[in-house]
Design a protein around this ligand. Sequence first.
Ligand code: ZN
Ligand code: FE
Length: 256
Amino acid sequence: MLPARLVPVPALADNYIWLLADDEGAAIVVDPGEAAPVERVLRRDGLALQAILLTHHHGDHIGGAAELAAASGAPVYAPRDPRIGLDARRVGDGECVVLEAPALDLDVLEVPGHTATHIAFFGNGVLFSGDTLFSVGCGRLFEGTPAQMLASLDRLAALPGDTLLCCGHEYTVANCAFAIGQEPGNAALAERAAQAANQRAAGQATVPVTLDVERATNPFLRIDAPELAMALGQGERVARFAELRRRKDDFRMPAR
Ligand code: ZN
Ligand code: FE
């Protein structure tokens, strides 16, 4: 069952803190890089924080967790990584986060690549992907190998197509600009780029978005698509993925 309310709370430069709440006002947040924007929404809407979920140790995803936990008493769920120096329930692959309110049953998936201990949460029709899968992109490989990241993305891409992708950053417009250069014949991608540009111009988030749309538009999920495979040199899958990620690392948005 989809949650009653699922909203990205903008934070820091381009982070999203995901807030999910039921009709009774029980809420969770994912990756609170800072506390203030979450506290504002909780106060404004009369929500009670019931859990704090963390996908990886980077400061822009955990910076507000201690303050929110202290203020609310909500438990923190985090990957097994000593760099997250918080009192937390540690979770890994095959484990679940089960909550009564809001009623949630989220599977934990270990998805190394961006960091070695990055996890994602999937359930109730929603995927919290942190910095592993972005809309029309993926995270940088700070700690993992291309093979690890590709396996992680393959896993996320295999989830049901109507799953709502909730990622950690608003990067979609720049990601589309890069992706179109790699796969100019992709009509769904052109459509997504136009939609994302309109959403941003209207001050809206470009996410959540379904995994169906991601599979049709995200080049990092499409390295087997003929046009892209050709452009990437037709080597082994991992080599094609590594080449695509390398190109993205070098990509700069053209000046407007
Ligand atoms: Zn990160
Ligand atoms: Fe991040």
